[in-house]
Design a protein around this ligand. Structure first.
Ligand SMILES: [Zn+2]
Length: 190
């Protein structure tokens, strides 16, 4: 996919293939359905989510759909994204495609209070924080810029305004970071 060496990503993908023997990895830009979803999301969010194919990685069933910018990303960035997507692969295994579609897809109404989607994504973003801590150290999981990015995923158009309560999202993030700190025995001075 790219000339960049990505040992960490390759090793993790090999692990995922063991955990999910039916795992497929597909490029969104050449995948007709991804392009259709991209158009629907642009319309639904009045152009707010225009990065579905270019930037966002997606899991459906046991397939990971990679965005156009995947090849330009660092090994670390890819690995962290795959840690998040692995949570979705496990959710699909747990709930099945129909169950996940019901939890994730149906509550487009009301747009802006999609509890199922928010719960599904929160489980995965908690893993994103853990992956940042594993790759870069706990300070990376405490980074306010990362927190702002995660808050925006919940409150903004990326997932069609699934949970527009930034302070609540930040409380969840704080709790997740505190749990990571407790795990590593590295609590910050209050
Ligand atoms: Zn996700």
């Amino acid at each position: 996919m790219s000339a960049l060496p990505t040992p960490r990503t390759d090793a993790y993908l090999a692990e995922l293939r063991e955990e999910f023997p039916r795992l497929r990895v597909v490029d969104k830009p050449t995948h007709p359905w991804s392009r259709r979803i991209d158009r629907v999301l642009r319309a639904l969010t009045f152009g707010g989510q225009a990065a579905y194919v270019s930037t966002y990685t997606t899991v459906l069933g046991s397939t990971i759909y990679l965005p156009a910018s995947w090849g330009e990303r660092s090994d670390e960035a890819r690995y962290i994204t795959l840690r998040h997507e692995a949570v979705h692969l496990r959710q699909f295994r747990r709930f099945g495609v129909v169950g996940m579609t019901l939890i994730y897809g149906l509550p487009l109404f009301p747009v802006g209070l999609a509890l199922g989607r928010a719960a599904i994504e929160w489980e995965a973003y908690r893993e994103t924080l853990a992956a940042y801590a594993d790759v870069y150290g706990l300070h990376a999981a405490r980074d306010p810029a990362l927190h702002a990015h995660i808050r925006l995923q919940f409150t903004g158009p990326a997932y069609v305004f699934m949970w527009p309560f930034p302070r609540m999202v930040q409380r969840y993030i704080d709790r997740a970071v505190a749990a990571l700190e407790a795990q590593s025995g590295d609590a910050p001075t209050p």
